[in-house]
Ligand binder design. Structure first.
Ligand code: NDP
Length: 308
């Protein structure tokens, strides 16, 4: 039986694995996709303490290699069921048949991209609509693109695309951005970015590929049409928490409720990173959660041993 099963090989999950291994515990990480989580698609990280500048890919790869070199086992399989309790041990099963038992579980499954929810969005995905500027931006060299959203991701994407594209629109539903002031300043320093504020995307134009957007003003309902070759949707995330319904408490948005020690209300199950209820979702707080959850799980396992 493993000591700790970690679900998700993003920043929180891999940090948890590093701390668990260094505490002498057996840690198994399950990942349904590639390692790294959301940060792998970030072009540049400039706010991780101690690292001046690094690409998301480099950061994630280094974190993964660090966890593996310390002895963490990583299984690339999607967990489809969790059974048991802290008293009996937990058994998890993967889509491809991997089965593992463990004393504690750390859920670090993160969040996935929110979609706009408008007609044609699925049809145009990969044909002009993308949720990852770093992955797909190079397909739009010299072209016109739009970014939807007003958070740090959207503004970072717009700046990134402004280096590749002839013109970039940033479309945000309010007059004020949610992104940090420094990011707004950087956006406004780029001549080829046009801000379209207080507008939402109402309709998508095109036959086989996306050719344009119909935008609706949130102030007076008026419509405006713009021609674009591509649109990058960056309107936040939805926690990947469906599997854990009934197992742990969640808030109304599906984030797992856990205290500062990352312990959920269910004994032996911890939540770390973007999937947990909290105010600040950053790389640093994901790493912090990973460390806190792993050490809390180690404490629980050790105190249970003492009681036996
Ligand atoms: P956020 O939740 O911060 O922003 C989402 C944006 O999308 C908001 O501006 C929101 O508008 C808008 N939005 C949400 N739903 C819709 C909708 N249905 N239609 C139109 N617009 C919509 O998400 P991010 O992905 O930008 O960031 C997530 C977290 O990661 C944040 O904490 C962010 O600070 C952090 N981050 C940090 C980075 C860094 O430090 N380098 C880089 C990237 C992200 P409204 O503002 O009106 O709610």
């Amino acid at each position: 039986m493993a000591d700790i099963i970690i679900i998700g090989a993003g920043t929180a999950g891999l940090t948890a694995a590093i701390y668990a291994k260094r505490a002498g515990m057996e840690a198994v990480v399950f990942e349904s996709d590639s390692y790294g989580g959301q940060i792998i698609n970030t072009p540049e990280i400039e706010n991780y303490p101690g690292i001046k500048n690094v690409s998301g890919f480099e950061f994630a790869t280094s974190l993964y290699e660090q966890a593996v070199s310390l002895g963490a086992r990583v299984e690339f399989d999607k967990i489809v069921s969790i059974e048991g309790t802290y008293e009996t041990g937990f058994t998890v099963k993967g889509e491809y048949g991997t089965t593992e038992t463990g004393k504690c579980i750390i859920i670090a499954a993160g969040a996935r991209n929110r979609h706009m929810g408008i007609a044609g969005e699925e049809k145009f995905e990969g044909r002009g609509i993308s949720y990852c500027a770093t992955c797909d931006g190079s397909f739009f060299k010299g072209k016109t693109t739009a970014v939807v959203g007003g958070g740090n991701t959207a503004l970072e994407d717009a700046v990134y695309l402004s280096d590749l594209c002839e013109k970039v629109y940033i479309i945000h539903r309010r007059d004020e951005y949610r992104a940090d002031a420094a990011q707004v300043e950087l956006l406004r320093s780029r001549d080829n970015i046009e801000e379209v504020l207080s507008y939402v995307v109402k309709d998508l134009k095109g036959e086989d590929r996306l050719e344009g957007l119909v935008l609706e003003s949130r102030k007076d309902g008026s419509l405006r049409e713009i021609g674009v070759d591509g649109v990058f949707v960056a309107i936040g995330q939805i926690p990947s928490s469906d599997l854990y319904k009934g197992l742990v408490d969640m808030d109304e948005s599906g984030y797992i409720v856990a205290g500062e020690d990352c312990h959920t209300g269910t004994a032996g199950i911890f939540a770390a990173g973007d999937i947990r209820t909290k105010k600040v979702r950053q790389l640093t707080t994901a790493a912090s959660d990973g460390a806190v959850a792993a050490l809390a799980a180690c404490d629980l396992i050790r105190s249970s041993k003492k009681d036996q």
